[in-house]
Design a protein around this ligand. Structure first.
Ligand code: URA
Length: 218
């Protein structure tokens, strides 16, 4: 799957330029796309993102028996993934990743924006006990200001995680900058980098409110 690497906005940024990803994302952006279509496409695009995110997982040869003879065959080595969804919209991305990696563990982080300080405040956290031993993929469809993503990664570091990646459908340059400064070691995967944030912190041109579009709440 072809990718662009653009170090200007983030030291470790991968943009998934595969035509199928871009085509599906375009349908998701359209105003007239229904909730059901949007949710199905989010799942498909997330599966394709998971394919890229896991490209370099370590493998080891293990002994198996085919119907005809024994052989050493490659299998993923060690503990596998943990997908951490930033509530609520991250769940729409986690679903597609789990289609590809059904054995992955799943964690959830809930954050709200304090109305006075505008900083993210944690209201929910549930992580697998062995999260620190896993490759952690933090997912949120929209990397807007970057504050929620940075706070989620901070929290995971405090839980002992050292091997983390972040995946989103769309990123704003502002969010990439914040995340790159706070967590320069965390690779970011996105399907597109849009123009900018507007005054309400929506990504433009964007796709609207990803949570509302996934769950039909507006
Ligand atoms: N969250 C969204 O759902 N959409 C945006 O454009 C920005 C943040």
């Amino acid at each position: 799957m072809a990718m662009d690497r653009d170090g200007a906005m983030h030291p470790r940024l991968t943009v998934l330029t595969h035509p199928l990803v871009q085509h599906k994302l375009t349908i998701m952006r359209r105003r007239e796309t229904s909730t059901g279509e949007f949710r199905a496409l989010a799942r498909e695009v997330s599966l394709l993102m998971a394919y890229e995110l896991t490209r370099d997982l370590p493998i080891q040869n293990v002994p198996i028996d085919t119907p005809l003879e024994p052989m050493m065959a490659p299998a993923i080595a060690g503990k596998k993934l943990c997908i951490v969804s930033i509530l609520r919209a991250g769940d729409g991305i986690a679903a597609g990743m789990l289609d590809l990696v059904p054995s992955a563990r799943v964690g959830h982080v809930g954050l709200y924006r304090d109305p006075v300080t505008h900083r993210p405040v944690e209201y929910y956290l549930k992580l697998p006990e062995d999260v620190a031993e896993r490759l952690v993929i933090v997912v949120d469809p929209m990397l807007a200001t970057g504050h929620s993503a940075a706070a989620a990664l901070d929290r995971l570091r405090r839980a002992g995680c050292t091997n983390m990646r972040f995946a989103c459908l769309l990123a704003a340059p502002e969010g990439l900058k914040v995340l790159g400064e706070a967590h320069p070691d965390v690779e970011v995967f996105t399907c597109a980098v849009d123009r900018a944030l507007d005054e309400h912190a929506y990504i433009r041109p964007g796709l609207g409110d990803a949570g509302d579009r996934l769950f039909g709440t507006k």
